[in-house]
Ligand binder design. Structure first.
Ligand code: SF4
Ligand code: SF4
Length: 95
């Protein structure tokens, strides 16, 4: 007897409109077109099934206005490396 197929979890993308400045970076960097911008420039989830959980929209948003749940490990690693790096000439905390 064949095993029942596991349903693929659909990633959840949260957009906090109050912090969004409608720059469109998140939609521009989304590799699959899962998010798009409306006429006013605010992003919205166009097709959640297309979301790869790559986390690029969250990483690229300059205003922390977008959050992706169930991000892949690679995205977590990239973000952690961003958090560890400090801009050139700026001492890291504790230095
Ligand atoms: S996590 Fe990746 S695929 Fe999903 S909406 Fe963001 S940029 Fe697009
Ligand atoms: S990158 Fe951030 S601020 Fe820019 S449109 Fe997307 S959610 Fe809004």
């Amino acid at each position: 007897m064949a095993e029942p197929q596991k349903k693929k979890a659909i990633p959840k993308v949260d957009i906090y409109k109050a912090w969004c400045k409608t720059c469109g970076i998140c939609a521009a960097f989304c590799p699959t077109g899962a998010i798009a911008c409306d006429e006013a420039g605010y992003p919205y989830v166009k097709d959640a099934r297309k979301c790869l959980s790559c986390g690029w929209c969250e990483i690229r948003c300059p205003d922390f206005a977008i959050t992706v749940q169930q991000k892949k490990d690679e995205a977590k690693k990239v973000r952690e490396s961003f958090e560890k790096e400090s801009p050139e000439g700026t001492p890291a905390p504790g230095e």
